[in-house]
Design a protein around this ligand. Sequence first.
Ligand code: SF4
Length: 400
Amino acid sequence: MTSLQAALDAGADAVYLGLDTLNMRRMATRNFTRETLPEASSRCRACGTRLYLTLNTLLYEGELAAAEAVLQFAKPHVDAVIVADWGAIALCQRLGVPFHVSTQMSCANSEAARFLKRQGADRVVLARECTLDEVAAIAATAGIEVETFVHGAVCVAVSGRCLLSHEAYGCSSNRGECRQPCRREFLIREVREGEDADAAFRVTPNTVLSARDLCSLPFVDRLVAAGIAAFKIEGRARNPEYVKTVVSAYRAAIDAVRDGTFTAERAAHWCEACARVYHREFGCGLYHGRPGEDQFTDTDENQATARKLYVGVVLNYYAKAGMVQIQVQDQPIAPGDTLSIHGPTSGVVDLTVTALRRDRETCERAERGTWVTVACPQRVRVNDKVFVVRASGVVPGVEG
Ligand code: SF4
């Protein structure tokens, strides 16, 4: 709910989420539930934001009843369901549920898009393997809205057709459980017996499997010109500050394209902002054609240039004075620090500490075990979590 609120505050005009079943982020402990979906829905409707439910795994025979029950439950709460299975499409047709076709269905040409439109789809999320020229051609001729991924992790398997995680850990990528073994380094050793046997190969991620994260901010203007109806930011298992930062950057970039103020310098600035939160190295995905070696990364480590450290919780918020009282439970804070306050209703509220006060006294530093008040014009709530944001020392590497 904190991430949802962050997305709404950052200017997303649509949000997608999964319930705890039949979606491609099954390991995400942050999925919504039947209890929380109505609240999510009313928040979105209150600010005119569309809400889409991901029901995008393949459906096996024994799951049809569960899928139908999810669709019936979700129908009044969502604007559309994102599906990846012909059975799910049939269920949507029968139940009258608007649906989008997931990237998992690998729609990569205008014939396929037109066919899906005839089946009742309102939109297709194109295969990630499409180049920008192909996207533009499909958008121009298919007669259906197209959506593409613009930011986030990229997978070398064609739309998730990969058995690595399932073979290695019994956790299937196609059921939303991928453990991402492609991001690691492996030793392949020959097991044949004989004198010339026992060969060994080191398989490193940067040459074979581990794609850079997609960041399309440098060419958002070309994406808009391609006629894409919706820009999809990957981030269902990400932290709230990731959601806020990345959505804000794309909101600003798209608005700048619309009002004619988009420039390479501004794009570089937005890239830098996105580099502050979780990412691997950035690349341009497959928009510009088949990826070369420079679109792979040799580390699966987080490249964020900033990190957040836990400070404590909000004890009180004084709306008239615009002050927040914080119980410091871990990291000390001082004037000049950047705080990030997270809560399910507050979303993500960032502020710079101008002064610290306790009992009308000004203090230089608030240590663990003490409380302190800080100016905070935006409302936060009791028990919201407070973090301090510090530089992590990683130099951003942004490529366009
Ligand atoms: S293991 Fe890697 S390549 Fe395979 S589905 Fe997962 S992220 Fe994609």
